[in-house]
Design a protein around this ligand. Structure first.
Ligand SMILES: C[S@@+](CC[C@H](N)C(=O)[O-])C[C@H]1O[C@@H](n2cnc3c(N)ncnc32)[C@H](O)[C@@H]1O
Length: 369
């Protein structure tokens, strides 16, 4: 392993010693590690994935006090607070800037205000850091729906700004269920480097696995009583891998529902739906502080535990969950699939930093006007 790193370092020196300009690739490597920064860090899901791929985190920023609490317990560091107050020049040099910036302005759950919403300007804080520090590469994460927002103009704006800073940028919507966790979670990844486009086709995908593979064997489970739910007669596996099996007997949507079709799943709000542990879980959201994620397992319906929610996000078992319970459910839903990030980080390292031989390709998925 050590030998491999030495060879990689040697290659970096040779390849880039003639480069001029700020922040040459490999300049910021601390011993044998490439450096990254973790903006909008949350509880550090992106950092965990990058560390798993051998990166070193040299800076983080997060504003929420409960996230900071969890971050400190796990990484022994208190992130810088409000990024809008950050003097970008104090950020240490790094090779990769990462940011899972807040999705509200772009999300279908929000008010679709986009960059007119002040929160949307947080993207411009990312740009400030990129301009000041000129890292070799950037990886942004957001909700999958970002690509449709404002008829695609929002994404185009993001891509254009990054291209103006000299990054070759491509993007793709990836699903956590293809990367080792049983959760149907689509997120957009926007990846750029000063050298070449990122080739998403090189990512190694895994076979899907069922929810039951991550369940705790025993515990203080919160079961529903049989009168609290209804199971449907013929559950079917959906294309997404979800197996809808029933619903909790409450809050049935009446408007727009045809007579005698109440049993159909679309009549039931997402949090009231029950899915089989034999299938994939729907997206964990941050809007569920009471953790209303119910599964049918071994003939009984119960809530997912916090540990199970973190497993659905691909977090390691040793991850410390120190915030109040409601916050932990939110934190899990707000975070990233760590296994997916780790695969991305491995490919970022391979394609952007270590002797990637492939002839540089043009992105197939984007057009920047
Ligand atoms: C989608 S979450 C990112 C989650 C993160 N990727 C993780 O693994 O947990 C966005 C985060 O940005 C933080 N945030 C929002 N505004 C901020 C600001 N002005 N400065 C720093 N962090 C901010 C939120 O508190 C939230 O935790």
């Amino acid at each position: 392993m050590k030998k491999e790193f030495d060879e990689e370092n040697e290659w970096l020196k040779v390849k880039y010693q003639k480069d001029v300009g700020v922040n040459r690739i490999g300049d910021n490597m601390t011993k044998d590690k490439l450096c990254m920064i973790d903006l909008f860090a949350g509880i550090g899901g992106i950092r965990l994935g990058f560390e798993g791929a051998g990166f070193k985190c040299v800076f983080s920023s997060e504003i929420n006090k409960h996230c900071i609490e969890t971050y400190k317990a796990n990484f022994g560091e208190v992130p810088y607070g409000d990024i809008t107050k950050l003097d970008a020049n104090i950020v240490p040099n790094h090779e990769v800037l990462t940011a899972g910036f807040p999705c509200q302005p772009f999300s279908i759950c929000g008010h679709q205000k986009g960059f007119d919403d002040t929160r949307g300007t947080l993207f411009y804080d990312i740009l400030r850091v990129l301009k000041a520090k000129k890292p070799s590469a950037v990886m942004l994460e957001n909700v999958g729906h970002l690509k449709y927002h404002n008829k695609g103009k929002t994404l185009k704006t993001i891509l254009r700004h990054l291209a103006e800073l000299g990054y070759k940028v491509d993007w793709q919507v990836l699903n956590a269920k293809d990367f080792g966790v049983p959760q149907n979670r689509e997120r957009i990844f926007i990846i750029g480097s000063q050298k070449r486009f990122f080739d998403f086709d090189k990512l190694e995908k895994t076979h899907g696995r069922p929810i039951e593979s991550i369940l705790e064997e025993s515990g203080n489970f919160e079961y529903l009583q049989p009168e609290e739910y209804t199971l449907i007669e013929t559950p079917r596996r959906q294309k997404s891998g979800l197996v809808f099996v029933g619903y909790r007997n409450k809050s049935i949507r009446k408007v727009g529902v045809r007579p005698n079709t109440n049993h159909l799943s679309r009549a039931h709000k997402q949090p009231n739906r029950i899915y089989s542990a034999k299938g994939t879980h729907p997206t964990l959201t941050s809007q569920e502080p009471t953790g209303r994620f119910f599964i049918l397992h071994n003939g009984r319906v119960r809530k997912l535990t916090i540990t199970e929610c973190f497993r659905l996000m691909g977090f390691p078992e040793h991850f410390k969950k120190v915030a109040p319970k409601a916050e932990l459910y939110k934190q899990a839903g707000n975070s990233v699939a760590v296994t997916l990030i780790e695969e991305l980080a491995r490919e970022i390292k391979r394609q952007f930093f270590f002797n990637y031989k492939e002839i540089s390709r043009k992105p197939t998925t984007l057009v920047v006007e």
